[in-house]
Ligand binder design. Structure first.
Ligand SMILES: NC(=O)c1ccc[n+]([C@@H]2O[C@H](COP(=O)([O-])OP(=O)(O)OC[C@H]3O[C@@H](n4cnc5c(N)ncnc54)[C@H](OP(=O)(O)O)[C@@H]3O)[C@@H](O)[C@H]2O)c1
Length: 268
């Protein structure tokens, strides 16, 4: 797998924390040349300092997914540094913790801006370059919530499910152009994503959920993500047995899954 990423230019969003930060370090150890994106430049610089211990070229390129106008200039900057991008890994995202009845429509718009419109706008801006270079691979980090909805994640789940529609179409359109597409769906992973998860009025949730604290270690998740990309997998569930089983139930016994998911609702 080292060979898959060695000397390849990998553009990683969400690189300032959690899964994206761990992907950056593991990719650096494999000798990838990295472009690190997220909003927080200071945190990206810290990740860059860790990554350059292992690899020669690491560039920080701050980017806000909610600002579509930033995408084309960001692609121009990336091309100016490396002249090509072999892998785009779209990892940035925000989550949600609020019931539908408590959630303002603007919160749904924010979730869609960051989790859906951000990744598709960056993909659209980079695609002509990948087509010109006649190869490339685009990976989007969805979620098990991209496979089925659960309480308190209505907007998060919707934004992740929207990714499947877009990136499945992209796979079909780009196959003959030698551009691969992977949609990867983590379950609960040990990160602090819920600290900034949006509540019904848009304010941050501010705590780390128990389910995440007992989730898959972020190092394991990142390792499985890179293995899936190296194998050019179209879709992989990266989760512990409970969440994996839920995805299979949705496919083969959806009635059973819906009954189980109803029980997750803390309000009777
Ligand atoms: N942790 C889990 O249990 C889990 C499960 C399934 C799927 N996922 C998915 O995995 C991905 C990474 O999540 P994580 O757990 O690693 O969370 P995290 O530690 O909170 O990381 C989220 C990343 O997204 C970036 N980001 C947030 N808003 C952004 C914006 N508007 N523009 C650009 N970048 C933005 C953040 O950086 P800045 O704040 O610096 O912008 C950060 O680098 C997300 O797509 C998430 O939905 C996570």
């Amino acid at each position: 797998m080292a060979h898959t990423f060695s000397d390849k230019v990998v553009w990683l969003t969400g690189a300032s924390s959690g899964i994206g930060k761990e992907l950056a370090i593991q990719l650096a150890k494999k000798g990838a040349r990295l472009i690190l994106s997220a909003r927080n430049k200071k945190k990206l610089e810290e990740v860059r300092k860790e990554a350059v211990i292992f690899t020669k070229d690491v560039t920080v390129l701050p980017l806000d997914y909610a600002e579509e106008a930033q995408m084309t200039p960001a692609v121009q900057s990336a091309m100016a540094v490396f002249s090509r991008v072999d892998h785009l890994i779209l990892c940035a995202g925000i989550s949600q913790r609020s019931f539908i009845m408590d959630t303002r429509v603007e919160v749904y718009r924010k979730l869609m801006e960051v989790n859906y419109f951000g990744p598709i706008a960056l993909t659209r801006a980079l695609l002509p370059h990948m087509i010109d270079q006649k190869e490339g691979h685009i990976t989007v980090i969805s979620s098990v919530a991209g496979k089925f909805g659960t309480p308190m994640r209505s907007g998060y789940s919707a934004s992740k499910q929207a990714l499947h529609g877009y990136f499945e179409s992209l796979h079909a359109e780009m196959y003959k152009r030698n551009i691969g597409v992977s949609i990867l769906c983590p379950g609960y992973i040990q990160t602090e994503i819920t600290l900034k998860s949006l509540t019904g009025d848009g304010s941050p949730y501010g705590k780390v959920d128990d389910s995440l604290e007992h989730g898959m270690p972020v190092q394991t998740c990142a390792r499985k993500i890179l293995k899936a990309i190296a194998a050019k997998k179209r879709e992989v569930i990266i989760a512990q047995p409970r969440e994996k089983t839920a995805v299979y139930l949705k496919r083969f016994l959806p009635g059973v899954l819906f009954r189980l998911v109803r029980k997750l609702n803390p309000v009777e």
